[in-house]
Design a protein around this ligand. Structure first.
Ligand SMILES: [Zn+2]
Length: 289
């Protein structure tokens, strides 16, 4: 299926609940009514999703043309060395992908892990080797219908610079890049200020993983506050004192004909801000033509 550009939130906005909704199965229609067509379901704190709920969400998402992705547990760490910890990590992937399959989710995003201890190059090599093992284990179980997306991370001591995400994508042609631009901004201590800064990132991505994966990348976006260690906290689009700005990225996506899935991770207003992103992108598209 041809991928087209899609916008949606990570989880449900505060307003979704304030309006009396209680179940994520109600989210697809709510999103569709707001011009949104993607939704990221979080397994950040563990994979807990009943089969009946998954089936209900899936049916609604398909009916409303909302493409689902999942966020795998935050405690995934590809840098671990002990057999027990590796087995636990493989289990997180297996559980996530089983649930993703029940949801009909196309993509599953993961955080690469910790780089706090030891030599950074050695940690990356270990993570790449372990990712290869994980893919083999998933293949062995026939769990290969969901695209794994390696995410750029906001703290400097986390594995997940752009370069490291490119290296993880190069482990296997089926691994996709998830660029969290807020995170890249934070780990670069305010690195994204201009359209050129975004263009440099996209150029490096295209060189690193090829045009197909670059143009259909997975995107996380929000304004984020940082300290000297990187990411501190997510904010909303109304918190304009924090970067980065979306519009220049929207322009580049329009100019380059990219078709990513863009997930907004604003604090509490993720659906509203995802709709604002779509508006900015469409405005940029009009200027491009
Ligand atoms: Zn994430």
């Amino acid at each position: 299926m041809e991928q087209r550009i899609r916008f949606g939130p990570a989880g449900n906005s505060d307003s979704f609940y304030a309006q009396g909704h209680t179940s994520t199965a109600e989210a697809p229609a709510w999103l569709h009514a707001r011009g949104l067509d993607a939704f990221e379901y979080s397994f950040g704190h563990g994979v807990r999703l009943g089969e009946a709920t998954a089936a209900a969400i899936r049916a609604q998402a398909e009916a409303q043309d909302v493409q689902l992705s999942v966020h795998m547990p935050y405690f995934i760490n590809l840098a671990v060395q002990e057999d027990e910890k590796k087995a636990a990590n493989i289990r997180y992937f297996v559980e996530s992908l089983q649930a993703a399959r029940q949801l009909g989710a196309k993509r599953a995003v993961f955080h690469p892990g910790s780089a706090a201890k030891g030599d950074r190059g050695e940690i990356l090599r270990r993570a790449c080797a372990f990712l290869r093992e994980i893919l083999a284990a998933l293949d062995g179980m026939g769990l290969n219908d969901t695209t794994l997306c390696a995410e750029t991370m906001g703290k400097i001591n986390q594995l997940g610079s752009l370069e490291e995400v490119i290296a993880l994508c190069n482990v296997d042609a089926r691994v996709w890049p998830a660029l969290d631009f807020g995170h890249l901004h934070c780990r670069g201590l305010g690195a994204i200020q201009t359209k050129r800064d975004y263009a440099d990132i996209l150029d490096e991505l295209e060189r690193g993983v090829g045009l197909e994966r670059a143009r259909t990348l997975h995107v996380h976006f929000s304004r984020i506050e940082f300290t000297k260690g990187g990411e501190k906290m997510h904010h909303t689009f109304a918190d304009v004192q924090y970067g980065p700005e979306f519009y220049p990225l929207g322009e580049l996506l329009a100019e380059r004909g990219y078709a990513p899935v863009l997930i907004c991770e604003s604090k509490g207003t993720m659906a509203e801000d995802a709709a604002a992103m779509r508006q900015m992108y469409e405005e940029a598209l009009r200027h491009t033509k």
